[in-house]
Design a binder for this molecule. Structure first.
Ligand code: NOJ
Ligand code: CA
Length: 548
């Protein structure tokens, strides 16, 4: 038998070779977001896990993506779906073991897929040994200095230190028995770390290297804009709704101090050639966002502008234009996002209560997203055209937003329902029958198996789009030029030296429009009309004349 240490060395060599091939692979990569609880269940307990993911990697290969972004899978009490980390260098038993992680990484690399993972630096779980220690330690002790403990305001310090609210609702402060308060931007079980403390910086250096030494190709930095807090901790003046993370003038987030911490991450990554980091950054302006991807900071940062845009040509154009301009100023590519495990699915957002309309629009949006210059983040199930499950029984809800908002905001469970793989009834080949969130009977026709056999399915559309994108430097690696177009129509040219242009048209008007002249249809999100006309709620790619 091969010595396991030697096998590990081989695996690392494979990973490094894959990256060395093209160290800036991330600039136009298509990432597939895996929410581990809901992707595939390998041991039949109804919860997705790492062996389940490994067993389904061929789905990603057949789809044609370049990389996986694997959501939090660390040891956790699961108060916030694993984003409350008790041990950042171990796998939660629900998801498997470190050996399962290594096996998954090796299997992904053998298939040419890069593996990127979450890093959660803003907070830990209240079950993390550091916080357990802080609770028994005295005010002002080194153990408390790793967190943000303060005395309260008012008589007896009975009022929280300031008026901050938590992102999931309620106050951002919780009181401990000796009277001090600690800061938690998310649930009370997620105390914020104090990044001004060198021990915190050193611990994350260790965490990053732990995973990079296991061969991961990149990181997704959770709440990257939260790692620094203002001094003094000034009050908020604008209060977002629970579950709505983005506001302007929010002293809780996007403080200038975060950039120095992110530079520290970059210095570590630079010692592992070809690795990358993408930041989760919710800020108001494109210019503020661009600051996170200056040359010595993160490689990418999610562009959430398409998430925030209403459906339609005008909003899309503004979102795309602003993002491209701001990123070009710092030499970074955009990273296009339509949804993820925190955001309602496009089918539901765009449908106004009509799933079929929503699906038509979501398919069109996917062709826009997959044509744009830069990288793309798909979310599991979007390639199947899944809709949100917004009628989950309240007793099934797990998102802490539901409790913390006083049962006014249901939260994100509707976008986290397990993936339907095969068969015609729940659990649709996901794994154990008792899935952690119930799966709807209406998904019977939407399984990966059913859609693979249907050339017109949303899965087939994504496969074909990714196949064309991979073969076409105009898409992802090209430059975008806007074209004149009628009202409510988005039209642009994607160009790359020596290749025919690809024109992308999105019709969000109420009438069919004529196709561009001198261009042949390559792919459309729905059937084109007579003479290639583009019906409402449809996008299409057209190939221009050969430049030679
Ligand atoms: C963003 C993650 O994607 C989300 O799921 C989590 O609840 C928050 N950050 C807090 O970690
Ligand atoms: Ca399982």
């Amino acid at each position: 038998m091969t010595d396991p240490a030697a096998r590990t060395q081989d695996a690392l060599a494979t990973a490094a070779a894959l990256r060395a091939d093209r160290p800036d692979w991330w600039r136009d990569a298509v990432y597939y977001t895996v929410y581990p609880r809901s992707f595939a269940d390998g041991n039949g307990d109804g919860i997705g896990d790492l062996p389940g993911l490994t067993s389904r990697l061929d789905h990603l290969v057949d789809l044609g993506v370049d990389a996986v972004w694997l959501g939090a899978f660390y040891r956790s009490p699961m108060v916030d779906g694993g984003y409350d980390v008790a041990d950042h260098t171990d796998v939660d038993p629900e998801f498997g073991t470190l050996a399962d992680f290594d096996a998954m990484t090796a299997a992904a690399h053998e298939r040419g897929l890069k593996v990127t993972i979450d890093v959660i630096p803003n907070h830990v779980s209240d079950q993390h040994p550091w916080f357990v220690e802080a609770l028994t330690a005295a005010p002002g002790s080194p153990a408390r200095e790793r967190f943000i403990f303060c005395d309260g305001r008012g008589p007896g310090g009975d009022e929280p230190p300031n008026n901050w609210v938590a992102c999931f609702g309620g106050s951002a402060w919780a009181r401990v028995p000796d009277g001090q308060w600690y800061l938690h931007l998310f649930t009370p079980q997620q105390p914020d770390l104090n990044w001004e403390n060198p021990e915190v910086v050193a611990e994350y250096d260790r965490v990053l290297r732990f995973w990079l030494n296991r061969g991961v190709d990149g990181l997704r930095v959770d709440v990257a804009h939260g790692m620094a807090k203002p001094n003094p901790l000034r009050d908020m003046t604008i209060f977002p709704e629970p579950g709505q993370p983005r506001v302007a003038e929010d002293p809780r987030l996007d403080q200038d101090g975060v950039h120095e911490h992110l530079r520290g991450f970059r210095r570590v990554l630079d010692t592992y050639p070809g690795t990358m980091a993408v930041g989760e950054v919710w800020v108001e302006s494109d210019e503020r966002l661009a600051r996170y991807v200056r040359p010595d900071e993160l490689h990418l940062t999610f562009n959430f502008k398409l998430v925030e845009a209403e459906w339609g040509a005008a909003a899309y154009r503004a979102a795309i234009d602003g993002s491209l301009r701001a990123m070009a100023d710092v030499g970074a590519p955009c990273s296009w996002v339509l949804t993820n495990h925190d955001i309602p699915r496009p089918v539901t957002r765009y449908g106004d209560g009509d799933i079929e309309l929503g699906r038509r629009r979501a398919r069109a949006a996917a062709l826009v997203q997959l044509s744009l210059p830069g990288s793309v983040y798909l979310y599991q199930g979007d390639e199947l055209g899944l809709d949100n499950v917004d009628d989950l029984p309240v007793e099934a809800l797990r998102d802490p937003t539901w409790e913390n908002s006083g049962h006014t905001v249901r939260g994100r469970d509707g976008v986290r329902v397990p993936i339907p793989w095969s068969g015609d009834a729940p659990p649709y080949g996901f794994g154990g029958a008792d899935t952690w969130l119930p799966m709807p009977t209406r998904w019977a026709g939407l399984t990966a198996e059913a859609q693979a056999a249907d050339a017109d399915s949303t899965l087939s559309l994504h496969r074909r789009a990714l196949e064309i994108r991979r073969a076409s430097p105009q898409l992802g690696r090209g430059t975008l030029t806007w074209l004149d177009s009628p009202a409510d129509v988005l039209a642009y040219r994607c160009a790359a030296e020596g290749h025919p242009d690809i024109e992308v048209w999105l019709n969000s008007s109420a009438d069919s429009i004529a196709p561009p002249s001198a261009a042949t249809p390559l792919l459309a999100s729905g059937p084109l009309g007579a003479n290639g006309s583009i019906p409402p709620d449809t996008a299409a790619w057209f190939l221009g004349p050969d430049p030679r």
